[in-house]
Design a protein around this ligand. Structure first.
Ligand code: FHN
Length: 453
């Protein structure tokens, strides 16, 4: 149990926090006007498409424990195999990504058309990818790597003009004050750790402050693991205000609170803290006007690297899911699970490259668009901008006649985004029909731009 020694700083901070359990309450963040919130969220809303990165000590076993393949998502191997902490710490010690090229990762995301990156600074296993002064359980002090893996990526993202954020797990299976008494059944929704507040005040908040003050490029905080019984919406609200007081322009997801309605991802409680909802592995059935949300999704069946997981989704599925999310006013955060050596799996790179090709030709129909003004047509999806509707045609009509289902206003003009050639639009009954060329520009989604009066 090498790394569980609590740093001296931590004891001092706990004394500073006065009676254990009474958190240092932050001054509530100044209530911002709707216009101020719009300004703060603008880049995020326009970005639409980001890269999620799950990487850490769990990447080392890659889903295999004692020679056995372990089911379930790779980053949960500590819980799935009930790995005793001293044994799991060996994975942290072995973390040494000699092939890690942060600039290359950012280029891969950029070439895919992604506008922001969110990486796991600390997942449920408690291992930090950054150099934390309140913990020895990180990539600098605990791992053979002995370098700050997060700093390299933050700086590369900054250099390449890519927005950057970090994932941080409130649940911590390694810290004695956060662990569930049911350890090694690490994941508990029922039990409470009597010292959880000390973990919050002397470990979690100091780490979050480190991230926001030592890594200037952090624009988003993506919380997770908020379902532990020790956490509440009230604590989430206080943490939200405390973080925004440190970094007013910060964007924070709704998992800072405690009332997320499962994988559907929205908060049950209307005044729950957080700036955007987080559906996971799914896209809401319909748009949610006025609500910011972001679907996160894996490319295969795991977030963290698994050496044998070949459940890869094809590029068509990934692109159409992104378009579906955009058509309902949501962002799409697509995950990669790098190897322990620090390489993004080839299957992920190939799909990202193909997505990038489509985004270079059709990005206008995604970035800075809003939800479709009408229900999804049978043949595809709509996204919109002032004066324009983008028809994303998944199924090219055999008769080359595209009925602009739901659009009642007479279009001014229509053309394919791929070649800008004008297309004939005629009124048929109440609706309008565009005559398409014989061949679809894309087998995944061909975009027809409809200019409205
Ligand atoms: O338990 C985590 C899981 O490991 C992964 O990080 C996903 C990503 O959104 N979130 C949790 C499951 O809801």
């Amino acid at each position: 149990m090498l790394f569980r020694r609590v740093a001296l700083g931590t004891i001092l901070a706990s004394l500073a926090c006065g009676v254990l359990g009474t958190p240092l309450t932050a001054q509530p963040a100044p209530r911002e006007t709707a216009a101020q919130k719009d300004a703060r969220m603008a880049w995020w809303r326009d970005a639409q498409f980001g890269m999620f990165i799950h990487w850490g000590a769990y990447s080392v076993p890659g889903g295999v424990f004692h020679g056995e393949r372990v089911g379930g998502i790779g980053e949960w191997i500590m819980n799935s195999s009930k790995v005793p902490i001293p044994e799991y710490e060996q994975f942290a010690r072995a973390f040494n990504p000699t092939k890690y090229d942060a600039e290359q990762w950012v280029r891969t995301a950029k070439d895919a058309g992604m506008k922001y990156i969110i990486i796991t600074s600390k997942h449920h296993d408690g291992f930090a990818l950054f150099d934390s002064k309140v913990s020895k359980y990180d990539a600098v002090d605990a791992a053979a790597y002995h370098k700050d893996a997060l700093k390299a990526l933050a700086e590369a993202a900054h250099r390449q003009g890519m927005k950057f954020g970090v994932y941080y797990s409130i649940m911590d299976w390694h810290h004695p004050d956060a662990q569930a008494p049911s350890t090694p059944n690490y994941n508990s929704r029922d039990f409470k750790n009597p010292n959880f507040n000390r973990y919050v005040e002397t470990y979690m908040k100091p780490q979050l402050k480190e991230l926001l003050t030592q890594y200037p490029a952090i624009d988003v905080l993506w919380f997770d693991g908020e379902w532990v019984a020790d956490w509440s919406d009230e604590q989430g609200r206080q943490l939200y205000d405390w973080l925004r007081a440190i970094k007013p322009g910060l964007i924070i997801n709704n998992r800072v609170g405690h009332s997320r309605a499962g994988m559907q991802g929205m908060s049950k409680n209307p005044d729950a803290p957080g700036d955007f909802g987080t559906p996971e592995q799914e896209v809401p059935a319909i748009g949610l006007p006025g609500v910011d949300w972001e679907t996160c999704m894996t490319m295969n069946d795991t977030w963290g690297f698994k050496s044998f997981d070949d459940g890869w989704k094809d590029t068509r599925t990934l692109l159409r899911t992104m378009i579906d999310a955009a058509s309902k006013g949501g962002n799409f955060l697509l995950n990669v699970g790098p190897t322990p050596l620090g390489e993004i799996p080839a299957e992920s790179v190939a799909r990202l490259r193909e997505m990038g090709k489509w985004m270079r030709e059709n990005g206008e129909s995604i970035y800075a668009t809003s939800a479709s003004p009408v229900a999804a047509p049978a043949w595809g999806r709509y996204t919109s901008k002032p004066g324009k509707v983008y028809a994303h045609v998944f199924d090219w009509p055999k008769d080359h006649k595209l009925a602009l289902t739901g659009l009642t206003a007479k279009p001014k003009a229509a053309y394919l985004l791929a070649d800008k050639k004008p297309l004939a639009v005629e009124q048929v009954g109440e609706g309008f029909v565009v005559t398409l060329p014989n061949v679809a520009p894309s087998s995944i989604a061909s975009v027809v731009v409809v200019e409205m009066q």
